[in-house]
Design a protein around this ligand. Structure first.
Ligand code: ATP
Length: 491
């Protein structure tokens, strides 16, 4: 089941039906149509195609036919993802004083997963089609979709071929592996399914050295692994994925205030990076959706072309995790409150986001097409701070000293961010290439540049061109990069 079927690779593995929406809970309204989508030209197929064409993201092991739910990131994908992560670190560390960073191990002591509840409870109900297709599904997803269609969830059948489904069995999502050369249960370890537990088990250590006391947070970005049942959702749901998680430890009485704070802060992070506000919402979990450790959770959801789906969860985890690890490790995990002169176990608010999902949302939100001089121009209207390449420099022609001057200009701009030099092909083609990867500014050196040391700067979104002195260019573009930005797609 892990291998791509031929038709999956054709659309990058994006699901064809909404019952597979993000593999997660389908749009709670049950509506595929949303007025905010009415004028949007983007489709998931177009995103998958652009990612492949420009080398952002493509199926892993493709020369062997690919491996399901696993993708590689090429040059522009790496740069984009790096920018997404930098913006998260900026919001967590640079813009505040109450969060510290951590990078914990992927393979932890197996007792961590016993205490956290993952060994016993991190599972999904798996059913297999007993009919023709033999595909595997998450029963809860099929039942939710059936309920939304007004059908009896108890009577669900295979959504692919209509076959009967097997009895459900609980399928643990953690990947197992072994330490050492002997395959016995004593050496069984797990690839972490979330980064959060590394933060909880290091809480005492960080407390001792960070000179922080609650309220304060510990943030980390790293890979997590889940043996997901539902195949094929491009980078929305993959087997290995990066998470950006922050555990905010605070006195119990402050939980509501911090919960509200983090919901708003995380919503604002996406809009400040250009996501249109009418494509983003906060949705509180229903009681039956809550994880065992959480008393309340709200998801930041994005309106993907196939409906609203989770980007990030903001959960009130209470003191569940620290209490569990204190018991499991037979140690005390507490802090001392100077004001009340009492010891207590801090409570936790957790914003937990996925790097791949955020990246996908930024790509979808940025994708645009418009007619320019009879041609369709495809353009990624990414926030300039997220754009993989900030500025591209071209000589108009490959002679008369223009390449030399263009390279000099490019060198002068290296400090403001990632730059690119391109002298191959017609100038129009070079602009289009940069439009497709979302480069906010293109600088062109022409014959006039050699006379008066000025160049043209073309704006990706407005297509306006202005003449600027080469010496003023670095400060001008650095200034523009630092300015607030909102998507022209927002209208
Ligand atoms: P879902 O309901 O979609 O399975 P979740 O509620 O299990 O997600 P969390 O455990 O809260 O997800 O993880 C936090 C974030 O990590 C998610 O909001 C998502 O952005 C990301 N994430 C979780 N699982 C995956 C996955 N398999 N692939 C990519 N990103 C993921």
């Amino acid at each position: 089941m892990l291998w791509h079927s031929p038709d999956e690779s054709a659309n990058g593995g994006w699901p064809s039906g909404r019952e597979q929406l993000g593999g997660g809970r389908a749009s709670p309204s049950g509506d595929l149509y949303d007025p905010a989508m009415a004028t949007d030209v983007v489709t998931m197929d177009k995103i998958v195609a652009l990612c492949k064409r420009r080398g952002f993201v493509f199926p892993a092991s493709e020369i062997y036919g690919g491996i399901a739910n696993t993708y590689d990131y090429g040059h522009y994908g790496v740069l984009l993802v790096q920018n997404v992560k930098s913006e998260w670190w900026r919001a967590m560390l640079q813009d505040r004083d109450d969060i510290v960073a951590l990078d914990s191990a992927i393979i932890q002591h197996p007792a961590v997963w016993k205490s956290s509840g993952h060994l016993d409870g991190f599972s999904d109900p798996l059913v297999q089609c007993l009919g023709k297709c033999k595909k595997r599904f998450r029963l809860d997803h099929l039942q939710e979709a059936a309920a939304e269609r007004g059908e009896d969830p108890a009577l669900v059948r295979c959504p692919e071929c209509g076959g009967e489904l097997s009895e459900p069995r609980e399928f643990n999502l953690m990947f197992k592996t072994q330490i050492g050369t002997v395959e016995d249960t004593a050496s069984t370890v797990y690839l972490r399914p979330e980064t959060a537990q590394g933060i909880f088990v290091d809480f005492k250590q960080v407390l001792a050295v960070s000179r922080k006391k609650p309220p304060f947070g510990i943030a980390q970005i790293g890979k997590s692994f889940r043996n997901e049942i539902t195949p094929g959702n491009f980078i929305f749901r993959t087997l290995e994925f990066e998470q950006m998680e922050m555990e905010f430890f605070h006195p119990p009485a402050e939980s509501t205030a911090w919960y509200e704070h983090w919901k708003q802060a995380r919503f604002d992070w996406y809009t400040e990076l250009g996501i249109r506000a009418d494509h983003l919402r906060l949705r509180a979990h229903e009681d039956d959706e809550l994880s065992h450790y959480s008393s309340r959770t709200a998801d930041v959801e994005y309106l993907f072309p196939i409906g609203w789906s989770e980007l990030e969860g903001v959960a009130d985890r209470g003191n569940f995790d620290l209490t569990q690890h204190a018991a499991g490790a037979k140690t005390k995990i507490e802090v001392y409150d100077e004001a009340t002169k009492e010891r207590y176990v801090p409570h936790v608010i957790e914003p937990a986001a996925g790097v791949g999902r955020a990246t996908l949302a930024f790509l979808v939100d940025a994708y645009d097409e418009e007619e320019v001089e009879g041609d369709v121009r495809t353009v990624l209207r990414l926030h300039p701070r997220l754009a993989p390449v900030k500025v591209a420099v071209f000589p108009l022609v490959k002679k008369d000293g223009q390449p030399e001057l263009a390279k000099e200009v490019r060198d002068a701009l290296r400090r403001i961010g990632q730059t690119e030099y391109d002298e191959s092909g017609a100038i129009g083609k070079r602009y289009r290439r940069q439009d497709e990867i979302g480069t906010p500014w293109c600088v062109t050196v022409d014959h006039q540049s050699l006379e008066d040391r000025t160049v043209t700067v073309r704006d990706r979104d407005s297509l306006a061109q202005e003449r600027v002195a080469i010496d003023d260019l670095p400060a001008l573009l650095a200034g523009r990069l630092a300015q607030p930005w909102s998507s022209p797609k927002a209208g």
